[in-house]
Write a protein that binds this ligand. Sequence first.
Ligand SMILES: CC(=O)SCCNC(=O)CCNC(=O)[C@H](O)C(C)(C)COP(=O)(O)OP(=O)(O)OC[C@H]1O[C@@H](n2cnc3c(N)ncnc32)[C@H](O)[C@@H]1OP(=O)(O)O
Ligand SMILES: CC(C)C(=O)C(=O)O
Ligand SMILES: [Mg+2]
Length: 498
Amino acid sequence: MSDRLYIFDTTLRDGEQVPGCQLNTVEKIQVAKQLEKLGVDVIEAGFPISSPGDFNSVIEISKAVTWPTICALTRAVEKDIDCAAEALQFAKHKRIHTGIGTSDSHIKYKFNSTREEIIERAVAAVKYAKRYVEDVEFYAEDAGRTDNEYLARVVEAVIKAGATVVNIPDTTGYCLPREYGEKIKYLMEHVDGVHNAILSTHCHNDLGMATACTLEGVLNGARQVEVTINGIGERAGNTSEEEIAMILKCHHDLGIETNINTRRIAATSRMISSLMNMPVQPNKAIVGRNAFAHSSGIHQDGVLKNVETYEIIDPKDIGIDDNSIILTARSGHAALKHRLEVLGIELEGEKLDKIYEEFLRLADKKKEVTDDDILMLAGADRAASNAIKIDQLQVTSGTSMHPMAALTLNIAGEKFSAAAVGNGPVDAAIKALKTIIRREMTLKEFTIQAINRGSDDVGKVHMQVEYNGHNYYGFGANTDIVAASVEAYIDCINKFKD
Ligand SMILES: CC(=O)SCCNC(=O)CCNC(=O)[C@H](O)C(C)(C)COP(=O)(O)OP(=O)(O)OC[C@H]1O[C@@H](n2cnc3c(N)ncnc32)[C@H](O)[C@@H]1OP(=O)(O)O
Ligand SMILES: CC(C)C(=O)C(=O)O
Ligand SMILES: [Mg+2]
């Protein structure tokens, strides 16, 4: 048996069935071109009978894409197949994917039919599609819950009718991985002529087993997998393409090859997520934001000594530049020292210990400490030698009251206090500051950087203060924006040249 596994990407069909994930034709072409670059073998471009928009998308994708086979889905219904054939007219390599439900539940409740009649309809659909294209795939919908003996009869009949690929969907995500693997094995062993076609997996993730089932299918003889980027698809989704590609890369001892250029995985995942407005869960295997993030001290120390200790995938293999060491309250000295070095700051011994203590205090307030925060901590450390420092700041503000600030400054070791009312808490604090430091100074510019991560983020304030004909620039950063503003003003004052 060949060791080449064909990747059938159904992001634009099963993936696009997800509520809210609908794309227009231009977006679908963009996705199809990216899938071509990724190296998929087949792109299921849509279900042409379903709407004029989907029909048109299949036409346009067929024109835009060169190498992958373009596939269109149909029911076992002649008008669906006519429509698919027409939509595929410009495809360089084309496939019609037709099929019908084969489980007793589908036969009884959906079709009010019999097993024998379903086989007849299946065969007729394949033969009808063969009038248009050589490459015809048949799906036995709900094969996961179809008994193996009957399924084998269906598969044998459609292969005899000319199906080149037979898809064995676990439509409801019900099968255990072992059970699904055994199903494929059973078909490989009991279907006459099975080697005239390729068996395909198509697993759903209702019980979180889609990838495991797909892998079992492959290990038992399936040579096509139907997958989607980020695992999107009906209900809980389909088997995730990136997981299958990376499993086979990591376990190359399995000897199964795909044509996927794994270095394009991250970019493709981001494109799909953004076009379909479908965020990727942070802990999603391979493409989740945290998939290569190390956030606890023991792991970080290990990774910094040798990445092999906690990483089985080189992030570059999926197109990410590097792993990330996320600084949190669970980080240790090694991770902080490393991050400071990356930011161009070399610290050892007591100085490092001191920043580490401040870092922990900040990390307890924030979930994640960013590079800006680290630079701020290092800057605050330098500012510690400044002549003027905040000793205490208390602010009251709210609706239906006058904002008030009480400030105590430490100036060269001596404490000075003042209180003031302002038209806002920052104004009150700056007025209190000016009551203590009586100089002719004017605030010329004041910006608070947008909070971009969450309400627990550090607010960053930049100020420009004019004094004695010169402009001075100051910076303050604090989880409290009033304190950050006072710090920025004081930073300016500390730079005054009298
Ligand atoms: C498991 C899957 O993901 S399958 C693909 C799911 N995707 C979609 O359904 C999206 C596209 N679907 C559509 O646009 C529409 O449902 C259409 C165009 C296919 C059909 O629309 P309608 O004619 O209005 O039928 P409706 O959707 O109400 O019902 C489906 C009909 O198809 C029949 N049907 C369902 N699957 C098949 C099949 N594989 N082969 C033959 N007939 C089928 C049903 O029995 C039902 O027929 P009935 O009305 O005689 O009972
Ligand atoms: C149409 C078929 C292939 C399908 O999506 C399923 O059974 O899940
Ligand atoms: Mg499906």
